[in-house]
Design a protein around this ligand. Structure first.
Ligand SMILES: [Zn+2]
Length: 279
């Protein structure tokens, strides 16, 4: 199967009443491990990469890696390739040109009116190419470039949701409801806020920072029009620890190929575990 269009993947999730996992990649091994894990569970999802991580390669290389993994593993589950936390119009354009099938633009650091106008401009562009757009309202804590926010400052304000969604024409809404990126801070999901946002938002919701959130909470959140949940830290930690453990055991370890294959398998296993638990 080829990489599927983001709208098609969203429809697949809505028809099957499932939440789509989205796994962050950085390099070849993690990409291959994610595709392998998705295929072995028999369920669809996203491979995604952030603008930040794309600095290491470029969208064409990542697209090529996903194509290669899907062909080699004879994949028959729907997988979309998504730009996560897109930082600029340029990044969005380059990803679409390379064959990405879904896009997030993150202008959540801007004041509301500027966030709206920037997302609006991106949506217009993406929709011309039939690519769905995810946008963020409120600021999810724990980004590399995060400024210090007090707990409430970062949360999505439900009063802004209707205007934001209708003006930006976004297709998915990333919410800040006590979820955090990375594993350093503990998330604390504000379910009353999630419920209120889901009542107002005309588009399905996305939860970032899945790695730190208890699986019970993720399953509970599915009741509130949740379509996508992002996992980055868990699989990265697993991949890094593969090499860390080998080095601790033997400071002269140099069999990179075997370790890389082990890294792929550890990523695939983590993907499987996550998918078994969020269903
Ligand atoms: Zn995120």
């Amino acid at each position: 199967m080829k990489i599927v269009n983001g709208y098609k993947l969203m429809k697949y999730a809505q028809d099957k009443k499932i939440v789509l996992p989205a796994f962050n990649t950085t390099n070849f091994e993690v990409t291959y491990g994610i595709v392998k894990g998705l295929q072995s569970t028999g369920k669809g999802g996203y491979v995604q990469i952030s603008s930040n991580n794309l600095e290491l390669s470029n969208p064409k290389i990542i697209k090529e890696m996903v194509d290669f993994a899907m062909e080699k593993l004879d994949v028959d589950v729907p997988i979309s390739l998504h730009l996560d936390h897109g930082k600029s119009f340029e990044d969005v354009k380059n990803c679409i040109d390379a064959g990405f099938t879904s896009v997030m633009i993150d202008m959540s650091q801007l004041p509301l009116s500027e966030n709206i106008s920037e997302v609006q401009r991106i949506s217009e562009y993406c929709h011309y190419f039939n690519i769905p757009v995810e946008a963020e309202l409120g600021a999810i804590r724990g980004k590399e470039e995060a400024q210090a926010l007090s707990e409430n400052e970062g949360k999505t304000n439900p009063d802004d949701v209707a205007e934001f969604v209708s003006k930006t024409q976004c297709d998915l809404l990333a919410v800040s409801i006590g979820n955090v990126h990375g594993l350093k801070e503990k998330p604390n999901i504000d379910f009353p806020l999630l419920k209120e946002i889901s009542r107002i938002s005309k588009v399905p919701l996305v939860l970032h920072g899945g790695s730190g959130i208890p699986f019970d909470d993720v399953r509970h959140a599915k009741e509130y029009n949740l379509i996508k949940v992002n996992y980055g830290a868990d699989i990265r930690k697993k991949f890094i620890s593969t090499f860390g453990k080998a080095y601790e055991k033997d400071h002269n370890a140099f069999d990179l190929k075997t370790l890389s294959q082990r890294g792929i398998n550890n990523v695939a296993k983590t993907v499987e575990d996550i998918m078994d638990n969020i269903d």
